[in-house]
Design a binder for this molecule. Structure first.
Ligand SMILES: [Zn+2]
Length: 59
């Protein structure tokens, strides 16, 4: 799975449809053809930082 942010392949699977990019230090999910990007905080919580244009074309 390529990272949708940097298009790199330094990613690892961390869950069902969830991946981690070692280059960007973000998690991303691709469930239901919808891309979401999450920043991981030090306490392990996730912040959704998906750019709007990632899914803007979807109805
Ligand atoms: Zn990346």
């Amino acid at each position: 799975m390529k990272c949708p942010v940097c298009n790199g392949i330094q990613t690892g699977k961390v869950g069902v449809d969830q991946f981690y990019c070692w280059n960007c230090f973000v998690e991303f999910s691709t469930s239901n053809d919808l891309v979401e990007i999450f920043e991981v905080l030090e306490d392990g919580s996730l912040i959704n930082m998906t750019p709007l244009e990632f899914n803007a074309a979807r109805g």
